[in-house]
Design a binder for this molecule. Sequence first.
Ligand code: SIN
Length: 506
Amino acid sequence: MNVLVVGSGIAGLTAALHAHEAGHAVTLITKGSLGDGSTGLAQGGVAGSYGSDDSAQQHAADTMDAGAGLSDPAAVGVLVAEGAERIAELIGRGVGFDRTPDGALQLGREAAHRHARIVHAGGDATGAAISAALIAAVRRTAITVVERALLTELIVVEGAVRGIRLLRGAEVSELHADAVILATGGAGHLYAHTTNPIGATGDGIAVALRTGAAVADLEFVQFHPTILASGPAFLISEAVRGEGATLLDDAGRRFTFDTHPDGELAPRDVVSRAIARQAAAQGRPVLLDGRMLGAETLATRFPTIDRVTRERGFDWSREPIPVTPAAHYLMGGVVTDLDGRTTLPGLFAVGEVARTGVHGANRLASNSLLEGAVFGARAAAAVGMPWLPVHAPSTRTSVHPVDDRSFHAPAFSRAALQQLMWDEVGLLRNRDGLVHALSTVRTWVASLATPTTTTEHEDANLLLVAAATASAALDRTASVGAHYRTDAASADAAPIRHRSTILETV
Ligand code: SIN
């Protein structure tokens, strides 16, 4: 069969390789160059359950806990059951995961994991090692690679997705296929501050929404707690805190224990909110203190972070460094079943663009590379199999009406959208802010001309996903996981858990 894979992170590369190995004719399309996406930037690793006191069941339990009760147990079960096989496959494809002196996989700890179970490569260069190995594997095959091509539309024939429209430079073209696998990643550039690469503009979600695919859980945006608060966004891996680094307020006090007994290793949303509140209270960023780890450990265990922090003028072996949260990962996305099928026949979604149900309201650290590998392989295996209907989560919401007819939005710019989302649909949300964001975004949507350039398409995609995200956040009136409503009666104390929200239209 002819298969199109759109996106070249771990999920897309794995899907392409598996589809090719299954005998399909595969074309891999990517917006930038191969390796430009989020995978290559990932410092944190891949979660497994290798420790003698660990098990797949405990990894599943931690994943469910992080997801705040909204993860799908069946999807989590698949993730932990097939994870080891996919990690072995990555090793087979040449990823040199870090080893102990006796040759065992070196296991690191990250927040909300009850055990050290994260494998890394090159210390904090895991994603780069995975990306390089998978790209090399693709280059050794007959997979056709199309770079610098933006997905603009899905081609639907008799109710099934049978191809895509692409924009390359000024040229529009069509590719036809039996199946399309979306692996276009997330939408971090909805926000003024993000760890995501420049191409993370929600293209796959927007195109799927326009074509009528079910999308869910967009209100669940994960903010990573520790981005260097100096210069362009640069992530300081959670593994640094996993090794023992602490978060300090202005007075040198470990403030995160005020909100959670696990302190710096509490779930990401809890740590991010604690940091944001403390920074607002003291009027400057909080500090991450890694001095106790020593210069040698910092340099060998975290070579990338060591290099970049020094380039920016910090010697983190001698002084704490300023950190701040930034948008990092989208838990929601295009609804899929356990084989990556979406609600549109012929269309699969894998990786961050997909909402498999694994992450629920909050992703457990180092589960995303794993999810991309596991579900990328499963989607490829499902190509050519009978198409099973996919059921979207049952709770549906319509888009909230804009209630202010005299509303005047400022002129649209991407920066204005990103600041609006950061201010009103970010770490802390309330009804008034969400209504303001939705009103503004809808005014901007109405003012946009039909997109013709890549940037215009990206802006239209960001606006559509922004409206969908604000609407979903407005609809979910209780705080849960990464979605935090300051106007919810039970806010931090006892989040009300209820099933995922589905957006039909914006
Ligand atoms: C990190 O290294 O802190 C990021 C890992 C992840 O997002 O899973």
